[in-house]
Design a protein around this ligand. Structure first.
Ligand code: ARG
Length: 396
């Protein structure tokens, strides 16, 4: 019996894949896997109902905790950011693909499949994980080069009905909501308010700001406003999405360079991501040395590019994580973030690992000749050499 495991989302693309895998590719059993990474509950329910009806075997896997602990926390430590994008869709794909591979191994399937087209990044992310697992990889929508219209017709012929056509293409998980398609494909088109579901617009945000305290332990957020005991990573992020969204924090409208080179217009919302990334980066500035910070900027950017490309199986990804882990040992402390009218601004920070010294830096105290040879006279000497090469140049 020929078995294939499909990464299922409940949408049109992956739904037409099910009959295609039987009729066009000759599989006897289609096993659909829906991975819950924090999509909206109503979408999950609809997808489960449809997936069960169409597939031979259907599996729903709740991977929210794993998503947060093994993917989002490392992302926070790496200040994950690709051209201004917080990498929500990108990083979830690697996990979804991994879960699909696990099912394929359990079920002794010979192939895995996804419903991506040939235009985006997601095909590359799924393929990368799938190929590494030594299974046949099938991408029906890409291989048959189906248009949306052809898909709809084929779906109808197979009793797959889609209620009112959705205007936007949405991908959602606990870290971010990506909104694209339709008129948004015109980069000059202003996103209407309706595309945003998690955030209010700046002018609807309340006048009164909230200041929240976020505590980090080794680079990981462990509590908000002191409530650590009841807080798991998932509930912490959900809580920040709520309070951030209320203040209109975390909207992005950008032009993005896809891996294939296409420029794409993308809109996102991600309140918790904005708050946590702002806070984490700020705390690093307090506890890491200048040299560490400069070097880590490059590490973080390379890390983000690998995640964007879906290359988390590249040995470089592990190596970068090892470096990042080491730096995070001292990223402990609290950051105070003010949420106000679309902005999340850090207004205070403290840490037992702080490299800041008010007596050293203050303008209020004299720079005395200290025990360790610091002092006014020493600085004057340093300063003469500070611009040495520039001075030589100006003398030519
Ligand atoms: N551009 C983002 C990425 O490649 C998001 C893609 C999904 N967007 C969507 N609206 N379905 O990661």
């Amino acid at each position: 019996m020929k078995k294939v495991v499909l990464a299922y989302s409940g949408g049109l693309d992956t739904s037409v894949c099910i009959p295609l895998l039987r009729e066009h590719y000759g599989y006897d059993e289609v096993i659909s896997v829906l991975v819950d990474v924090g999509q909206q509950e109503a979408d999950i329910i609809r997808a489960v109902e449809r997936g069960k009806r169409l597939s031979d075997i259907f599996k729903l896997i709740n991977a929210q905790d794993e998503f947060v602990s093994d993917y989002i926390f490392p992302l926070i430590k790496a200040n994950g950011n690709y051209e201004g994008y917080v990498l929500g869709t990108a990083i979830a794909r690697s996990l979804i693909a991994k879960k699909v591979v696990e099912v394929a191994k359990d079920e002794n399937a010979e192939a895995v499949a996804h419903g991506c087209t040939g235009k985006g990044n997601d095909q590359l992310r799924f393929d990368a994980v799938f190929w590494a697992a030594d299974l046949d990889v099938i991408a029906p929508v890409r291989e048959l080069s189906l248009t949306r219209e052809e898909e709809k017709k084929y779906a109808l012929e197979h009793g797959i009905s889609f209620e009112a056509e959705k205007r936007w293409s949405i991908d959602e998980n606990i870290w971010s909501r990506s909104i694209g398609g339709s008129e948004l494909e015109n980069p000059a088109f202003f996103p209407p308010e309706e595309v945003y579901q998690w955030t209010v617009s700046q002018d609807k945000a309340p006048d009164n700001a909230d200041i929240i305290k976020i505590e980090f332990a080794q680079g990981i957020p462990v509590s908000v406003d002191g409530q650590s005991t009841t807080t798991t990573g998932v509930s912490l992020i959900n809580a920040l999405n709520k309070v951030g969204g209320k203040h209109g924090v975390g909207r992005t409208d950008m032009i993005e360079d896809r891996v294939l080179g296409y420029k794409a217009r993308e809109t996102y919302e991600h309140p918790a991501a904005t708050i946590l990334l702002e806070a984490h980066r700020d705390l690093e500035r307090l506890v890491l040395t200048r040299n560490e910070l400069r070097f880590k900027e490059f590490v973080d950017r390379t890390w983000s590019e690998l995640v964007y490309q879906g290359l988390v199986m590249d040995p470089l990804y592990d190596a970068l994580n090892a470096f990042i882990e080491r730096t995070q040992e001292r990223v402990n402390g609290a950051v105070y973030v003010k949420l106000e009218r679309g902005l999340a601004r850090v207004v205070g920070r403290e840490s037992k690992n702080s490299l800041y010294s008010s007596t050293d830096v203050s303008f209020e105290t004299r720079q005395e000749q200290g025990q360790k040879g610091q002092g006014q006279g020493i600085v004057e000497g340093f300063s003469i050499y500070h611009s040495f090469q520039a001075r030589k140049f100006s003398e030519l």
